[in-house]
Design a protein around this ligand. Structure first.
Ligand code: C5P
Length: 322
């Protein structure tokens, strides 16, 4: 029995890094937003035992370090089942790109495997497995616009705004997330010597900015045309001053990524940011035409870029299974 599934990517709209916790992780606040770009996965279940990962793209491990392997192993244990599981990954998303590809693939495996085995897990068990395997997995159990707290694994579904056209630029640079956190710690230690607000106040400030954004003039005005709504939503986003802390450590290390953000703004993005720890830089646009033209112009400048759209929760689930 085989199940095919789309494994969608995410971007981060703002990301605040807080204190290091006793478990070594950092306290985070972020808004995750799923987008229409995706990998394709096929999960097959047969007689026997073992988990096999097949992927023709470079940089994807085929052993037990693969997030899909780790999830499949936990699903089988949780259901007390023996089976031969084969996971084929058709990779289109960049590896180490800040789009959550590996995390999304893992959740897609979980959902497809449940279907293939015809044995659904409880919502609590899904969440337990996902958060055990990585901080960025649980968001993909919700899809759409999601608030992430804790180490990023505590997730809350936010009301989806209208789908926003966006451009995803994927420079061929892999940024290591643990390394980016280490650099953040060095920066925070250096800043600690100066008189700056304690880190927890910036963490709290994030929820104020999100509140300011999502309760702004753009929401709840049904008479507006889609383009006007997008325009107002993006204006509120810029006004709210929502930023990604990783830019402060990743841009100095990879100045070419700052240049991509500048290029994104030059071609008309209303809001542009690094996604997660990068290297993806995205831009949000008020119309599909603007996004398409912007992607073309970036490609002319030698930047790998494609136009797509944010994906509401409803569309995320509607399009998931093939
Ligand atoms: O949970 P995940 O596997 O994505 O985390 C990868 C690494 O990123 C962790 O081992 C940790 O070094 C770092 N991390 C962190 N704080 C977070 C999330 C991740 O320090 N909130």
């Amino acid at each position: 029995m085989g199940v095919s599934v789309r494994s969608f990517a995410k971007i981060n709209i703002g990301l605040r890094i807080g204190a290091t916790r006793p478990d070594g992780f950092h306290e985070l606040r972020t808004v995750y937003q799923t987008i229409a770009l995706h990998d394709l996965l096929r999960v097959n279940v047969g007689r026997g035992c073992g988990i096999e990962i097949r992927c023709d793209a470079g940089g994807v491990p085929d052993d037990e370090s693969n997030t899909c392997y780790r999830v499949a192993d936990r699903v089988l244990r949780s259901l007390r089942l023996r089976a031969k599981v084969t996971i084929c990954i058709e990779k289109k998303l960049p590896v180490q790109g800040g789009l959550g590809g590996a995390s999304s693939n893992a959740v897609a495996t979980l959902l497809a495997l449940e279907r293939a085995l015809k044995q659904p897990l409880s919502a609590e068990e899904r969440l337990r497995i996902a958060s055990e395997v990585g901080s960025d997995l649980p968001l993909f159990l919700l899809g759409g616009m999601v608030l992430g707290t804790g180490r990023g694994e505590q997730v809350y579904a936010l009301d989806d705004p209208w789908p926003l056209p966006c451009v995803i630029a994927t420079p061929q640079v892999g940024v290591s997330t643990p390394e980016a956190f280490r650099r953040w710690d060095q920066l925070a230690a250096a800043r600690g010597k100066l008189t700056r607000p304690p880190i927890s106040s910036t963490i709290n400030g994030f929820s104020h900015s999100i509140f300011a954004w999502l309760s702004g003039s753009s929401t709840g005005v049904p008479s507006r045309k889609d383009g006007d709504r997008a325009e107002a939503l993006l204006l509120d986003l810029v006004r709210a001053g929502i930023e990604n802390d990783f830019e402060r450590v990743v841009f100095p290390e990879y100045p070419e990524l700052r240049d991509v953000k500048r290029a994104m703004e030059r071609v008309g993005a209303r809001y542009s940011s690094l996604s997660g720890s990068g290297s993806t830089v995205y831009g949000l646009f008020a119309s599909k035409t603007e996004a398409r033209k912007a992607a073309e112009r970036l490609r002319e400048d030698g930047i790998r870029a494609q136009a797509t759209t944010t994906l509401t929760r409803r569309e995320y689930w509607r399009k998931m299974f093939l």
